[in-house]
Write a protein that binds this ligand. Structure first.
Ligand code: HSE
Length: 308
């Protein structure tokens, strides 16, 4: 096998109370990439569609993660990478993560899988860091492992797979403005009070328990973020109105997707998710800001081969 086409999914990081450690994987929304073995050594970005991104592998997220893997190997051939980007950079649904994991996943398949999922995540961290100016894996891990993931530690990298309740759906509303992750990180406080820390880790612990036990009421009670949301929500126009509308339409809860501006909502059942999506459409249409909406089951498979 010399060439592979893959679907690299969008992801939601943080999931309200799990800043920098928690994430889940979306279905249908994502990039496509083609990875090809070629005679010329090195990593070559040969085609990009969708958004204007650098062709220099050292300046491209997919290129940097590919090089992180490539440099550990002593190969007498190289790889061409084609990127068909559907996830807008700066949208908050893991655009850079999709690029970062796509290249390493594709190369690993063409090399007959010398690396496991955790090792692939570690290479992808290098690409993601180019975009967000710091190392974190909360978008990368769900893209590679699928479902919900918890990044237990970065050094050594340890990723835990958390079960997804069968009837859990996500609705994502993406206002068409750009928020750079690096800027959304810069506005966060360096320290938080003990009171807030206690509330946050209680919510996070109970979210993990709720996912393990498919307890939708407890998911609802746990989706609260007292640490990051109060700061970042100011960057997202009509954030409170969206949250209110989602809850009113029956959502379990909602929060900022990654560093925004996308807002995620979790719902029990497809019908509720569709109702929430309709309500959010109507609510956001009044703001005059362009947006798109996705309804997705939790994607438990993660990144996948489309054909080879
Ligand atoms: N955890 C990261 C953040 C995700 O919220 O800054 C975005 O890359």
């Amino acid at each position: 096998m010399n060439e592979i086409r893959i679907f690299s999914p969008a992801t939601v990081a943080n999931v309200s109370c799990g800043f920098d450690v928690m994430g889940f994987c979306l279905d249908h929304v994502g990039d496509e990439m083609v990875i090809r073995k070629v005679e010329q050594k090195g990593i070559h970005i040969v085609h990009i569609e969708g958004f204007d991104l650098p062709y220099d592998a050292k300046l491209n997220v997919a290129g940097v993660s590919a090089l992180a893997m490539y440099d550990t190997l002593d190969l007498d051939f190289g790889f061409d990478i084609e990127i068909y980007k559907n996830i807008k950079p700066g949208s908050g649904i893991g655009s850079s993560a999709a690029s970062a994991v796509g290249s390493v996943f594709g190369m690993n398949e063409l090399l007959n899988r010398p690396f496991n999922k955790t090792e692939l995540t570690a290479f992808a961290i290098k690409g993601e860091a180019l975009a967000s100016k710091c190392e974190h894996a909360d978008n990368l891990a769900p893209a590679i492992f699928g479902g919900f993931t918890l990044v237990k530690s970065l050094a050594p990298l340890q990723v835990l797979e958390i079960p997804s309740p069968d009837n859990l759906y996500a609705v994502i509303i993406h206002p068409q403005i750009e928020i750079k992750t690096s800027e959304a990180r810069a506005i966060l406080p360096g320290q938080i009070s003990l009171d807030k820390a206690i509330t946050q880790w209680a919510n996070f612990g109970s979210l993990i328990h709720a996912l393990h036990t498919s307890n939708y009421d407890l998911i609802k009670a746990s989706l609260q973020d007292v640490v990051v949301e109060p700061h970042r929500s100011k960057l997202i126009p009509y954030y409170d109105r969206v949250k209110e509308a989602a809850l009113h339409a029956g959502a379990l809860g909602s929060g900022i997707s990654g560093s925004g501006p996308s807002i995620f909502t979790l719902c029990e059942g497809m019908q509720t998710a569709q109702r929430v999506a309709d309500e959010l459409k109507a609510t956001y249409a009044e703001t005059g800001i362009a947006f798109d909406i996705h309804v997705s089951k939790i994607n438990t498979e993660g990144i996948r081969i489309i054909n080879s």
